[in-house]
Design a protein around this ligand. Sequence first.
Ligand SMILES: [Zn+2]
Length: 270
Amino acid sequence: MEVCTTFVSDIIDMAPVIVLIVLILLIVFFIFYKRPQKKVILPGNFREILSEHISYYNRLDEKNKIRFEEKIKEFLSYVRIDGIDTTVEDLDKLLVAGSAVIPIFGFKNWKYDNLRNVLLYPASFNREEFLASGYEKNTLGMIGNGPMQRVMILSKPALRSGFANKESTANTGIHEFVHLLDKEDGEVDGLPEVLLNRKYNSKWIELMNKNIGMILQERSDISYYGATNKAEFFAVTSEYFFNLPGLFKENHPDLFELMCLIFNQDPTNL
Ligand SMILES: [Zn+2]
């Protein structure tokens, strides 16, 4: 009887240790467990679609084209794309994924941890339906806040026209993904602290202020919307940087040089 009592009291003494071991095992499990990724099968003609619509893809060599395709597949494995009152065609999926991959193509293993769902709308949409404090009546794209965290909303025609016009500096898809990158450090403020080495911060802020001033004085070819604030300046100049890199480099060499550092790539020399 005495042996049994000792055994029970030993177990009781060890209870905190057992609880600790179980907790450690659970923590280790959650850290290392990887959810199986959804297998993505791209449409049979996906290379033709990419070549026809995404000029950035066409500027890549064969090896990088394959890397681009892999990144598109990876993106589509963790982000859902849904249409609201509109159909989502293969082209739309590839354009959304392309918009996502272009700004992060200079980084080896970038994943948009702050995105799960992209909603496509048939036209521009009323921002106030999504944001209680919205101030713009019609919007072509936006990233969600609060309950809409991890959701991006894009106008389908705006997404398509960003890639259709090869002479345009505008690209709504790239614009919204650059906002997401900007948001990585917690704030959408035009200063992508996760991407830019701290020593260039003051130079970047100085360049943004100078160029916003030039837009306001109508002495710049950067879209007037870029003068709204620094976050919009960063997103708008990124559209121009990726859509027409040669022209951007010629007209804005100082901005171009810093943006190559931010995105870790030179889009004139892919
Ligand atoms: Zn914006």
